[in-house]
Ligand binder design. Sequence first.
Ligand SMILES: Nc1ncnc2c1ncn2[C@@H]1O[C@H](COP(=O)(O)OP(=O)(O)OP(=O)(O)O)[C@@H](O)[C@H]1O
Ligand SMILES: [Mg+2]
Length: 285
Amino acid sequence: MQEVATPLTVASYRDTVRDEGFVAAEEDLLNDAVLALSLSKNLLLRGPTGSGKTKLAQSLAEKFRLPMESINCSVDLDAESLLGFKTLTAENGQTVVSYVEGPVVRAMREGHLLYIDEINMARPETLPIINSVLDYRRQLMNPFTAETIVAHDKFRVIAAINEGYVGTLPMNEALKNRFVIVDVPYLTGEPLALLIQSRSRLQNRELIDLFVQLSGDLVRATKLGELSDEAASIRALLDACDFAAYIPPLRAAARAIASKLEDEREQQLVLNLAESYFAGWTAGA
Ligand SMILES: Nc1ncnc2c1ncn2[C@@H]1O[C@H](COP(=O)(O)OP(=O)(O)OP(=O)(O)O)[C@@H](O)[C@H]1O
Ligand SMILES: [Mg+2]
């Protein structure tokens, strides 16, 4: 049985110490995403929760050396959160109205990467405000300043969508039409094993392979509708693997994967699957 290692400070470990960007399931995925941005196309990353969409957007921002402006869509997203707002400020003892730029305007003007996360969480009427930014016009009439903004040459747009997720609306067709779509599936097999090895605390290859197999089972169960989407998230899997370096893997899977699920039957299904792989294991290191 394995020796339990001493937990160091795990906080931020994954995204700082040994993070090497996005790992692509197939080469085409990365090629086509890079091509889309090279051709100034708007890129829509479509995939389930925790499949690496945000990580891919960050990797692309680095590759293209573009600072990233992010918008998180929700029903509260409005014109102000996209374009900015007017506010009162004091200037030389006088109160004046000044305009604070929003992320869309700033990204257009400075030539940054605009990342629109969970694009189908916004109300259908909100994002069409920026339709003209997303087509060949690449410009916008700013209602707050009555100024026409023409996008900088380097300005690029990436959006992410998790279709089918509870609370999401189908994406507006005119909006979807303005994007090139790249699907981002969960990693499986050897690339997933390498991801776990390089991004988690777990280094025991035998145990990593068992987690890869468990992950495959979880993905299949979500596709069959037996488990909700988040059960197969790579984010949760990496958490479980971090834990499994220090505590028995079955308990790690219970904490990081099973207990997040609402439905008790789903929790039990995850535990049964995990037990079939991890019975008899203590911590893996
Ligand atoms: N293919 C991958 N390459 C690198 N890291 C990955 C990959 N897939 C998942 N991850 C890791 O899993 C975690 C979740 O990834 P990320 O936040 O990018 O997912 P997401 O698809 O944006 O999820 P959500 O839909 O919930 O926002 C991160 O720690 C990320 O590093
Ligand atoms: Mg994300």
